[in-house]
Every structure is written in C-alpha cells, then in structure tokens.
Write a protein that binds this ligand. Structure first.
Ligand SMILES: N[C@@H](CCC(=O)N[C@@H](CS)C(=O)NCC(=O)O)C(=O)O
Length: 206
C-alpha cells in the first residue's frame, strides 16, 4: 500500500495534501523528531539511503524527494490528475513554479538556515540570498495577480510544491506580509480547501 512516512512538522505535509487532493487510499506512518537534534529517528533513516522526509513506500519501492514523489504518485496512482500536459496554455508556467519551489526558493531558505547556524549576521552570502529571495517573491506576487494558482486556474503540482516554502515565509513575515497581498490571498484560498484542512488534521493531529 502507498504509505507516507511522515516526520513531524516536515515537508511530508506536501505529500499528504497531494493524496488528499487526489482522494487516494493511502496510509500515514508518523515519526517524531529526535529530541537531541531534531533530525529524523533511526527507523525513519533506515527506510531510504537519503533518510529525509518525505519518504514514501509503495510495495518494494522506497522513494525520497518531494518533487519525485509528487510526480510518481500522480502518474501511478492519480491518473495524471494535477499534472499539466505540454499542450496546456499554462504548461510552461506550471513547469517553472514546480521546479523553482525546491531548486531555488526552498534551496534559498535552506542556505539561510545553514548560515544562521553559523552566526546569523548579515554578510555577503546572506545579502546574495536575500536579493535572490526578493526577486522570486516579486515574481510570485506578479504571478498570483494574474492567475489564481501557480499552474493557472486550478490547483496543480506546482501548488503542491510552492505552498510549503511560501507558508514558512509568511509565518516569518513580521508585518503580515503587506508587500505580498496576492500571495497572502493565495495562501488563504489554499487554507480554505477541504483537502488542505484534512491534510493538516492528519499531519499534525491535536
Ligand atoms: N529536497 C527535499 C528536502 C527534504 C528535507 O530536507 N526534509 C527535512 C524535513 S523538512 C528532513 O528530513 N529533516 C530531518 C533529517 O534530515 O533527519 C525534499 O523536498 O523532499
């Protein structure tokens, strides 16, 4: 059976949300983070050589990486729903945001986190990352002024990938993100979706 190995408060929420949007029959196995360093526990690390969340298992298969997992589930369990075909008018837009989410936006946030562990003061590295993040956020805001979702008029895999990093940035924004009104409205639209609400309840019950 398709099983999401869900590390508490982690990116596997994306995959739970995807499975709820697709209304799939699947299982969740939850793991708490290690108290000493907040990493995944040994039984989670044993699932796959990379040992990061999300990890899914499906029969003999164990797979990591949100983007690979999302594409796998849509292709093998979701009859291609939430993917965008090359002949769709929003295909390239969808493709761009699907990849930008992890490759540039989440990568930027991870680099900031690593630099913060090493001291946290503003320097050339953090200035570089900040400038790139601001450019992405300006693009996000322009995109969401034009279309309701990252792949056009409906939720697609691009949203499955983009919502998590944007939600983290929203939570960190001190002024309610007044400079990103369309982005905030987008996150509210997502939060109102029944599939999102079911996913949140399953990911972090109580
Ligand atoms: N690029 C990966 C990133 C996965 C990742 O960094 N997961 C974190 C949680 S959000 C994790 O597993 N941390 C615990 C650990 O490394 O032990 C993806 O999108 O799946």
């Amino acid at each position: 059976m398709l099983t999401i190995h869900h590390l508490a408060n982690s990116q596997s929420e994306r995959i739970i949300w995807l499975c709820e949007e697709l209304e799939l029959d699947y299982a969740i196995r939850r793991y708490e983070r290690r108290a000493d360093n907040q990493m995944a526990p040994p039984d989670f690390k044993a699932l796959h050589p990379l040992g990061i969340s999300p990890t899914i298992t499906d029969g003999e298969l164990a797979l990591c990486e949100s983007g690979a997992i999302a594409e796998y589930i849509v292709a093998t369990h979701g009859q291609g729903r939430l993917a965008v075909a090359p002949d769709h008018p929003h295909y390239v837009q969808h493709l761009f945001w699907f990849h930008c989410a992890n490759a540039t936006l989440a990568g930027n946030m991870l680099a900031r986190m690593v630099l913060a562990i090493g001291g946290g003061t503003m320097n050339a590295s953090t200035a570089f990352l900040e400038e790139r993040k601001q450019r992405i956020l300006a693009m996000v805001e322009r995109q969401l002024a034009e279309t309701h979702f990252f792949g056009g008029d409906n939720v697609t895999l691009a949203d499955i990938m983009m919502v998590l990093p944007l939600s983290h940035l929203h939570a960190l924004a001190k002024d309610g993100w007044s400079g990103q009104p369309h982005t905030v409205a987008y996150l509210e639209r997502i939060a109102a979706r029944p599939a999102w609400q079911r996913a949140r309840a399953k990911a972090e019950p109580g």
